[in-house]
Each structure stands twice: as C-alpha cells, then as structure tokens.
Design a protein around this ligand. Structure first.
Ligand SMILES: Cc1cc2nc3c(=O)[nH]c(=O)nc-3n(C[C@H](O)[C@H](O)[C@H](O)COP(=O)(O)OP(=O)(O)OC[C@H]3O[C@@H](n4cnc5c(N)ncnc54)[C@H](O)[C@@H]3O)c2cc1C
Length: 456
C-alpha cells in the first residue's frame, strides 16, 4: 500500500492525491476510471498569485509534467515545436512504476480501451524460437507492484495525456512554438523562442528530448553518444500475419549482435516490432527515416518466417541510430530544469525512457510542493531524488544490450542457461529482480533532502 507519511501536511499534495485515487479505485482495470475529480492546490497557488510554468516539448515527459503541475495549481503553458501534437507510429511499453503514476494523475480512463496487458514477458532465441524463460506478467504485475504492465501505441498514450491535461483547465498548448534557449532574470526564467519572442515564467521545464536546446543552453553544446546500435521499427495489423503473428506475450528475441522485441498494441490488434542491430558507424537518426526493407530482411529474415512476414508486410519500416548521453552533474540552473530524454537519454533495452520521463514529471511536482515556494531548491532536490535511479536505468539498459546480443554458443549457454533454470524453478525470483524498478513509490518522503533514489 502506498503511504504518505511525513510528506507535507498543509494540504493534500500530489502524493496524497495519488493515494486517494488508488484507494478510491481499488484494484482491477474496471476500477481504473473511477478517479475522483482533479483538485487544484498547493505550490502553484500558495503565494496568492498563480505561478506560471512553461514546458518546452509536448511529448510524453513534458505532458506528464504539465499535468502534474497543473494539478498542483500551476498555470501551465506547453510550447511544442511541431505543427501538431502527434507521435510516431510505434508502440511503447509502460511498466508498473509508470502506470501507477498515470493511474494517480487520472490518465488511465483515456487509455484503458487502447492498451494491451501482455499475459507474460518472454525471452526466446531468435533463430530457433526456443524459450529461455516466460514469466507471467498481467496478473503478477497488479499483484506484486500494484499497477498494470501495459503496451500501447505512442499516439494513444500522448492523446490520453493531452486529454487529461485539457481536463485540468489550467493549461495552454501552443504548437509551432520552438524554444531556442533561455535566460535567467532574477527569480524568473525566460524562454527564448525561434521567432525571437520571449516568454517569462516562474519555472521553465526543458522536456525537449534528445537534442534539447534547453540542455545545450544550460550545459554547453555536446553531441549525444552513438551507442553502436540501430533500431528497425514497424507496426502492422496482427490479422495481416494470420498464424504467423508473434505470441501475445511481450517477447525479446535474442541473437548474436542483435535482438528483436515483439509486442501488441491497440488492444492486441496491432503487432509492434523493434529490431536492434549492432552497426559500426553512426547512422541517420530520427523517428521517421524510412529504412531499406532488403536490409531489414538481411538482419532478421533469416531467423524465421514470422520475421520475414513482419518485415515484408509492414506498411512502413523505419530505421534510426540509437544515442544516449553520460549522466549530467546537474539538471537545473535556477528555475530552469530538464527532464526525460533531455536530461538522461538511454538505450531502449529496459523499455524505460518514457517511463522515467513520467516519473520525472511526477517527482518534480512533488518536490515543488515539498519546498513550498523555493523553486530553485525544489529543482535541485528533484535532481537529487532522480539522478541515481535514472543513471542506474541507463547503465542497466546498456548492459541488457550486451546480454541480448551474446555471440557464440558458450557465451549464450553461460548467460541464458541460468535464466532458463531460474524461469523453471523460481519464476518469482525473476519477478523479484524488477522490484527496485517496478515497485518504486514516489509518494514516500525522501530520508534527507538529498536522499538517494533507492530510498524511495
Ligand atoms: C526503439 C525505441 C523503443 C523504445 N521503447 C520504449 C518503451 O517501450 N518504453 C519506454 O518507456 N521508453 C521507450 N523508449 C524511449 C522513449 O521513446 C523516450 O525515452 C521518450 O519518448 C522520451 O520522452 P520525452 O518526452 O523526454 O522526449 P521526446 O519523446 O523526444 O519528446 C520531446 C518533445 O519535444 C519537442 N521538442 C523538441 N525540441 C523542441 C524545442 N526546441 N522546442 C519545443 N519543442 C521541442 C518534440 O517535438 C517532442 O514533441 C524507446 C525508444 C526507442 C528509440
């Protein structure tokens, strides 16, 4: 059960609302839409005049932060560079640590008809289909971590987030609004726009992704690190594949120097495919660069007819290189602060980049409530609460890439043999390995103002 001990007592805060909603909901998907109405309270109104936050970037991280701040009483403006709020055609996995926050801030009613909860998570050998392990997930996630593990189309998730944001009545979203940098003026931040205009605010959140301009202005220009991996991505109807559709379980397919992940989205109707291959030189990077089908077939077609059919029948196939960055020494400068990929881009091998961005938004709002008006101090406390956890997820993601890509029979046997055995004799031990990640609760007080994230 989520506790709220010792964390703010003036009014109900973010964490307490989260608990109230969890309590009101009880367990189970049917109860997810029984959230009580959103309350406006706390820091954003504490000085008598409403505080204003500007969020640069209307992606998953920025929109979650916008919801949390708006629900805390902030007046919020989201500035998005794209002409429309839209996501790429791809799926995303949301683990219970992210789902619990989405439940708490009232997003789940907008997602429940479009998400898919996989019955299990499996690892298989790509070339043979042989199972390394299969751990039950649908019921186990709710029972063990108190929230669902789900897969969803990114467009459906973003739509649900923006609907929730609109319900707060506290937010304005502006498209075609590219932020180029920022300035600090006394206790205020000023977002500098591409058209030369300037927007003053009490808090400026850089949620503008891997190539963040806010980050560049804060820490100096630096190029993201190419990780030596490129990803193929495709979405297609499961009905197109007939009996060759991948299993309903979320499945990691391992192989020498590459791996693939197959999941279901849109209630299970669509198959989402990600195939990651090691490639020596930096490739063209971006969400929407169409790839060469023959090259994808050369990478994965030899594994099985299922992969050949996915690649052949997918209406579009995208490819882009994967980048990350080393952890930063700070995420804020006065009242300007980073979150999500702008702060800690990571490889996708833990399926955590978006989930960590969701956690960021929630914890930032929590720290703003706890610090009661000292915004710069709250931004520093947020960094202290988050840096160990996000750095760990970054490094485990990189380690997973090596684990999934084992070369040679001996190395594969030494790695997958013990996993196979654990899956057979102690599947719960495999679940327990994820407790630190999926079981984290952000409503509890940090032990010290700069407590390590593993104390959460
Ligand atoms: C192959 C792959 C699979 C993945 N799978 C998963 C998964 O299963 N689960 C998971 O949790 N994560 C996954 N991720 C990671 C996840 O996609 C990212 O970590 C997540 O999208 C980061 O969200 P964000 O809001 O920080 O940044 P972004 O999603 O990049 O959003 C940034 C937003 O800011 C806007 N923007 C950019 N610059 C500016 C500017 N200057 N001014 C104004 N607006 C601007 C952009 O248009 C965009 O809307 C995966 C990543 C990859 C590559």
């Amino acid at each position: 059960m989520i506790t709220t001990a010792g964390f703010g007592n003036r009014r109900r805060n973010t964490a307490q609302r989260l608990v109230a909603r969890s309590d009101a909901k009880g367990k189970g998907a049917a109860a997810m839409d029984k959230n009580p109405p959103i309350n406006h309270l706390a820091t954003g109104e504490s000085s008598g005049t409403q505080m204003k936050a500007i969020i640069a970037g209307g992606g998953i991280g920025g929109t979650t932060a916008a919801i949390c701040l708006a629900q805390s009483g902030w007046q919020v403006e989201v500035l998005e560079q794209a002409p429309r709020i839209e996501e790429i055609g791809a799926g995303v996995q949301i683990s219970p640590n992210g789902a619990r926050i989405l439940q708490g801030i009232g997003v789940m009613p907008h997602l429940k008809d479009r998400l898919f909860e996989p019955p299990a998570i499996e690892m298989r050998i790509g070339a043979t289909g042989r199972k390394v392990f299969s751990i039950p997930m649908k019921k186990a996630a709710r029972r063990r971590w108190g929230a669902p593990y789900f897969q969803i189309h990114r467009a459906d998730l973003l739509d649900g987030l923006h609907r929730t944001l609109a319900e707060t009545g506290q937010a304005k979203v502006q498209v075609n609004a590219r932020v180029e940098g920022y300035e600090t003026q006394g206790a205020k931040s000023v977002a500098i726009m591409a058209d030369g205009s300037a927007h003053e605010c009490d808090l400026l959140v850089g949620a503008d992704g891997l190539h963040s301009t806010i980050r560049a202005a804060m820490t100096g220009p630096d190029a993201p690190r190419y990780t030596g991996n490129a990803a193929w991505r495709a979405v297609l109807p499961a009905s197109e594949l007939g009996p060759l559709a991948p299993p309903l379980s979320g499945c990691i397919w391992t192989g020498p120097g590459k791996h693939a992940v197959t999941t279901r989205i849109r209630g299970g109707d669509l198959v989402n495919f990600v195939g990651v291959v090691e490639v020596p030189a930096s490739d063209a990077e971006g969400w929407s660069i169409e790839g060469d089908r023959q090259q994808a077939l050369a990478d994965f077609g030899g594994w099985s007819e299922m992969f050949t059919q996915i690649i052949t029948r997918a209406p579009r196939l995208y490819r882009w290189a994967l980048f990350d960055r080393a952890p930063l020494p700070r995420w804020s400068d006065g009242t300007t602060v980073l979150l999500g990929d702008a702060a800690h881009p990571m490889l996708p091998m833990m399926a955590q980049g978006a989930v960590q961005a969701i956690e960021d938004g929630y914890v930032l709002a929590r720290e703003l409530e706890r610090e009661g008006g000292d915004i710069a101090a709250a931004c520093r406390a947020y960094f202290s609460a988050r840096i160990d956890r996000t750095s760990k997820v970054q490094s485990v993601s990189a380690a997973n890439a090596r684990l999934f890509h084992r070369r040679g029979a001996i190395s594969q046997l030494a790695t997958y043999g013990p996993m196979w055995l654990a899956g057979k004799i102690a599947p719960r031990a495999l679940l327990a390995r994820n407790d630190w990640l999926y079981g984290a609760r952000f409503d509890q007080p940090a032990k010290t103002p700069h407590a390590r994230s593993d104390a959460l």
